[in-house]
Write a new protein. Structure first.
Length: 301
């Protein structure tokens, strides 16, 4: 099987691991820098070109699309879909997951547990916005933020008003969410592959830090999921339409709540914490599902 990995850096742990596992199974795999791809979209025979040559026909592509290149990256994935190539995560699903507001609205519609969330545009809505999510302490998030950047904890209503006014003054789109105090600065990352949770870890924020991101000094350990937590992660992945994703869950007093669904989850933290060969499971999924035109949208989305 011939596989392409759309990644800006072939030395990243996640990219290296999938290349390693694919080659161990006898597959041919190439790492393609997404931004160096360009597309022939005028022809009746769509193609992707790279370094002056058309790319060979891939049986499958693994999109590792960074948040900063979502627009162009999903266009490249869509082009592959139009060519009949199997993408483990489709362009529409990636775009959906990257839009925090849209993803929360979709999850809400399907009854997936979420923290109380508000979204507003005009400053005169601030007091009611704060009240509607249960008051301070609360979390203010930049809609375009990633990896914990642009996420602020407001301890009081007055602080929340000041933070929201500041973000709105910068014309930034923000979400306001209830603070799940009982989570104790920890969340659970569930790795979903093909509709199953294949690995899960608990990430604990550093002392005094409410964000649990590992690169912010957080630690990770193996965790046992409840039946409800497992079902929540699987359901969230299904709603997003993602075959491979990381679902971040908080343990709240009213059950598991989804914070985010990540379409390009890092593999290093979860493989180290759980000892599981997640990269190998992703290649297994490709082997079972990579058939020509085996996509929901066929590049139409």
């Amino acid at each position: 099987m011939k596989i392409g990995v759309l990644s800006r850096n072939e030395n990243l742990y996640s990219t290296r691991r999938m290349v390693e596992e694919a080659r161990n199974r006898g597959h041919e795999i190439d790492v393609i820098d997404t931004l160096h791809c360009y597309m022939d979209i005028t022809s009746s025979n769509p193609s992707v070109r790279y370094h002056g040559e058309p790319l060979p026909k891939f049986d499958a592509v693994i999109p590792r699309i960074g948040a900063s290149i979502t627009f162009y990256g999903t266009a490249v994935v869509r082009q592959f879909e139009m060519m009949g190539t199997f993408a483990i995560n489709e362009s529409v699903a990636i775009s959906r997951s990257r839009d925090k507001l849209r993803s929360l609205q979709l999850l809400s519609r399907k009854g997936v547990g979420l923290p109380r969330t508000g979204f507003a545009n005009k400053p005169d809505n601030i007091k009611d916005l704060i009240k509607n999510v249960g008051g301070a302490p609360l979390v203010v998030k930049l809609l375009e933020g990633t990896q914990g950047i642009g996420v602020v904890l407001a301890e009081t209503n007055k602080a929340a008003e000041s933070i929201i006014e500041a973000f709105m003054g910068l014309k930034a789109n923000i979400l306001v969410q209830e603070f799940i105090k009982e989570a104790g600065g920890a969340d659970i990352r569930c790795l979903v592959v093909g509709g199953k949770v294949v690995a899960a870890m608990k990430r604990q924020g550093a002392e005094g830090e409410f964000r649990s991101n590992l690169h912010r000094g957080g630690t990770a350990e193996l965790v046992r999921l409840s039946k409800e937590e497992r079902a929540t992660a699987v359901n969230a992945a299904k709603v997003m339409g993602l075959n491979v994703c990381g679902v971040d869950i908080l343990r709240s007093n009213h059950g598991p709540v989804v914070m985010e669904v990540n379409s390009s989850p890092g593999l290093e933290g979860i493989e180290v914490a759980t000892g599981k060969n997640v990269a190998g499971m992703i290649i297994d999924f490709i082997e079972k599902n990579a058939k020509p035109n085996n996509t929901r949208t066929k590049g139409k989305g």
